[in-house]
Design a protein around this ligand. Structure first.
Ligand code: SF4
Length: 231
């Protein structure tokens, strides 16, 4: 007989699961109940992931589709979320691509220093599962290009990240991020019309991180006015 719930799981007793469940209940109206349970469990379990040993990347290029203005992206390998129809499945593997080195850093900072480049966006994989490495990169950016904004994608929910211990690199990374596009890609919530608002599925939110940290709850980012009418 087909059940509409999964067997009970110990993760469901945790506050992280409750938080994930509450948010997915509110934001994933197109997603069947059982899928929401799986996604909430996976989100809660991934919070205990400590840190990728090394940073691996597949590419870094100029982009206009992963944040306001013209940006440099950095594709970071390794992700535990396993979203159905992930846009970049090969990069779920930790160690995929090239190990990030001084050579990558130079190319990245050279591009970021260009006067017409607005900032950088970290793309996954799951950037927050390589958080300690990205903190080092963010520090370097703040030193050398302090006027450039830092955006990141993440499969985590911002509510989960802000409640982590301050010592957790996933929480610390937030201190360097200006805008976060949060939540896993959920295929049932895919919305082609949203592709120009930087997200793949409508459950994902565009979060103003400094305001969120100040308020202690998610604050939506207000997009910059643009002359480009193709948005
Ligand atoms: S969080 Fe992103 S990279 Fe990870 S599985 Fe989901 S869509 Fe793919």
């Amino acid at each position: 007989m087909k059940s509409d719930t999964l067997l009970p799981h110990s993760i469901e007793e945790t506050p992280e699961y409750q938080l994930a469940w509450d948010v997915y209940e509110q934001t994933t109206s197109q997603t069947p109940y059982i899928r929401r349970q799986i996604i909430a469990r996976r989100s809660a379990a991934s919070l205990s992931f400590k840190q990728a040993g090394h940073l691996f990347t597949t590419r870094s290029e100029l982009t206009t589709i992963e944040g306001d203005g013209l940006r440099v992206n950095l594709f970071v390998s390794g992700c535990q979320f396993q979203c159905v129809n992930c846009f970049n499945e090969s990069s779920q593997k930790f160690g995929y691509g090239e190990r990030y080195s001084k050579k990558h850093e130079k190319v990245l900072l050279d591009k970021l220093s260009l006067p017409f480049v607005d900032g950088i966006t970290f793309v996954g994989g799951e950037p927050f599962q390589s958080a300690a490495h990205l903190i080092e990169i963010c520090r370097k950016i703040k030193e050398e290009c302090p006027d450039k904004s830092i955006w990141s994608y993440t499969g985590y929910l911002v509510e989960m990240l802000i409640h982590l211990d301050e010592e957790d690199p996933k929480r610390d990374l937030l201190n360097y991020i200006d805008v976060l596009i949060d939540g896993p890609f959920i295929d049932e919530e895919r919305d082609e019309a949203d592709l120009k608002t930087y997200r793949g599925s409508s459950n994902q939110r565009i979060i103003d991180v400094p305001a969120t940290l100040k308020e202690g709850q998610p604050v939506e980012y207000v997009r910059r006015e643009t002359d480009d009418k193709s948005y």
